[in-house]
Design a protein around this ligand. Structure first.
Ligand SMILES: Cc1ncc(COP(=O)(O)O)c(C=O)c1O
Length: 424
């Protein structure tokens, strides 16, 4: 069913009809969402699954409080980064034994970017893009410095829509290309298989950042023959604030991969307490030290839910929600010069929509005060994430109606909406 957004009398009804037929609708009840809130920021921090508090409580009181040190074996603590990795694998097209839980996404990127570059000795260039999430670029600066020889750092080439393009920068000097699959600001999505193919054609290796992809769009890393990937679990996966990253390495690279952080949890025999480092045989060589078990408890609870999710249904609903949002913005918000920045073509759209709005910051604060939570990315983008497990079509309708009211009444001009917090 499609929605005619020009028919303002029947459209909300049409949204409700779509919600009634939504195969994912029942998942909404599995989340704690505050009354009166339309949450469109699951692309930044996912909502709280109802099962999480009990799981975290159980880890604290029973596994830690009663089990004490015995839980490293009895509750499977030591192996948790691997066992949780196995549960993320189906969401990203990974095979068994290819995914492990890491530290922060930034730290995990460092692990895989250096491991990848070391597999291409003699090549002196790392490619990324100017619009990548800044932490990726910052971490790559360190990678360059550390791997640079006596003549200085490796060369960094940054692609951009205004040039140079990927085709222009790829040559036999490129060791690694690091790109984010779905852009954090615009929601533009790369063709993973096609980009990876080009990178391989140049003899380089491909690292994907999946922060805005995992749980948002179907991902097939092995289908794309990618080499390395990392991603966070606190956005669409709903693992909770500070839940750890994941690392994927194609099995064909395991034996030769040499990550820079050689901690004891990545050792082949950590409890031998030997003097020399010997990496474990598979993906667990990308582990570093003691895992964040309390944070992992939140992730474990949310993965219970993901075990039941069909990503084809998630993608279909995500496109319906974003299509609906875009068409409502086009038809109702044009008088205020609101511009949709996110691509309209399905093949290159993730699960978020960015709007360019003059005074986007105070407008977003006014929206949040009215219960519609999105976020703002300087200088002028209002971001809205559409998480099919708990956002309904009627939510989208209501969110645009409230935004229209805020723009029409100019209520956003109130002085309190211009005060900036540390996090936008
Ligand atoms: C593409 C991308 N990479 C990395 C990060 C964050 O990394 P970390 O988990 O280390 O804070 C984000 C955060 O939003 C992101 O959007």
């Amino acid at each position: 069913m499609t929605i005619d957004t020009t028919d303002t009398l029947t459209t909300r009804l049409a949204c409700e009809t779509l919600d009634a037929a939504d195969p994912l609708a029942a998942f909404r009840d599995r989340f704690e969402l505050p009354e009166g809130v339309i949450y469109l920021d699951g692309n930044s921090l996912g909502a709280l699954p109802k099962a999480t508090a009990e799981r975290v409580h159980d880890v604290v009181t029973r596994e830690w409080g009663v089990g004490l040190i015995r839980s490293w074996n009895d509750a499977g603590w030591f192996d948790k980064p691997r066992t949780l990795g196995e549960r993320i694998a189906p969401l990203i097209g990974a095979g068994p034994g290819e995914v492990v839980i890491g530290d922060s996404t930034s730290a995990s990127l460092f692990q895989v970017a250096i491991a990848a570059a070391r597999l291409r000795p003699g090549r002196r260039v790392i490619v990324s893009e100017r619009d990548n999430f800044p932490t990726d670029l910052y971490m790559l600066e360190s990678v360059q410095e550390l791997l640079g020889d006596a003549n200085g750092a490796l060369e960094r080439r940054l692609i951009h829509a205004d040039g140079p393009s990927l085709d222009e920068v790829l040559d036999q000097d490129v060791a690694v290309v690091v790109l984010t699959h779905v852009n954090y600001r615009t929601g533009r999505m790369y063709d993973m298989a096609e980009v990876t193919r080009k990178v391989h054609e140049a003899g380089a290796l491909m690292v994907w950042d999946l922060c805005h992809s995992v749980g948002a769009v179907p991902v097939d890393l092995n289908g794309a023959h990618a080499d390395f990937a990392i991603g966070c679990t606190y956005k669409y996966l709903n693992g909770g604030p500070g839940s750890p990253s994941f690392i994927w390495v194609a099995e064909r690279h395991h034996a030769a991969a040499h990550p820079p952080l050689s901690g004891w949890h990545g050792h082949a025999r950590p409890f031998d307490f030997g003097v020399d480092y010997a990496p474990s045989a598979g993906i667990t060589r990308f582990r570093v030290g003691t895992p964040q078990l309390l944070s992992m408890a939140g992730l474990e609870a949310s993965l219970e839910l993901w075990d039941e999710v069909d990503m084809t249904q998630v993608r279909a609903k995500s496109l319906r929600l974003t299509d609906l949002f875009i068409s409502l913005v086009d038809s109702r918000l044009a008088p205020w010069g609101v511009e949709v920045v996110t691509p309209r073509e399905h093949a290159v759209r993730g699960s978020q929509v960015a709007l360019r709005v003059d005074d986007g910051y105070p407008v977003m604060q006014a929206l949040i005060e009215r219960g519609v939570i999105g976020d703002f990315r300087a200088p002028d983008l209002m971001r809205f994430g559409f998480t099919p497990l708990y956002v309904s079509h009627a939510d989208v309708w209501d969110a645009v109606a409230i935004l229209e009211d805020i723009l029409a009444t100019e209520s956003w001009r109130a002085e309190r909406f211009s005060r900036r917090g540390a996090v936008t």
